[in-house]
Design a protein around this ligand. Structure first.
Ligand SMILES: [Zn+2]
Length: 203
């Protein structure tokens, strides 16, 4: 039987709370999918198990929407993926984070985290090009300000060109069933970022 608690929250108002306990699930053992090793909760090996849980997306080799899961013990993880694992000391995390944050420029990235294109040396050797949708702000002769979503092309993270006509929500049959939704998502992302002015393309 639960315990009834009545609490006076304000003048004349009582809140009734009925306390009880309920069982909660927890993982008590994990089996390594590769070698079959069993690690029990409380073992040092249990803490070192690595589980990958991933939902395959559009274009995945595992099939769109499928779940991809694996539990591996630390020994199999090292054996199978060892040469590609990035193992660093705890102090390195802060250094890496500070490095990433130092490249962040709200004007330029508009809420995005800097990518490879924003790192100095790489940017100089091979210009990285990509595009996205952005709102462009134009001053009309009558003093009105006009906003429209255009495709904007970037080189090394800087906007360099935009489509003359505003872009539309359109796609071809080859783009797949979800292409329209993806296109709308691009528009949504564009609306969350600050509007670009024509002067942003002048450098
Ligand atoms: Zn194993």
């Amino acid at each position: 039987m639960g315990k009834v608690v009545a609490e006076r929250r304000s003048e004349g108002v009582f809140i009734m709370q009925l306390k009880d306990v309920r069982p909660e699930t927890f993982t008590k053992e994990i089996h390594c999918d590769r070698c079959g090793r069993v690690a029990l909760l409380g073992d040092a090996e249990f803490e070192e198990m690595v589980s990958i849980e991933s939902r395959a997306g559009y274009g995945s080799v595992f099939g769109d929407g499928n779940d991809v899961n694996v539990d591996l013990c630390q020994h199999c993880l090292k054996l199978v993926l060892g040469q590609w694992l990035r193992v660093s000391e705890p102090g390195d995390r802060q250094v890496q984070l500070d490095k990433m944050l130092s490249r962040f420029d709200p004007e330029r990235h508009g809420g995005e985290f800097p990518g490879a294109a924003d790192s100095g040396p790489q940017a100089e050797t091979a210009p990285e090009r990509h595009w996205n949708c952005r709102v462009i702000e134009t001053a009309l002769p009558d003093g009105e300000t006009w906003y429209a979503v255009h495709e904007v092309h970037y080189e090394n993270g800087r906007p360099i060109m935009y489509t003359e006509l505003p872009t539309t929500v359109d796609w071809s049959s080859e783009d797949g069933a979800e292409a329209g939704l993806r296109r709308l998502k691009k528009f949504q992302e564009a609306l969350r970022k600050p509007a670009l002015k024509l002067s942003d393309f002048e450098n």
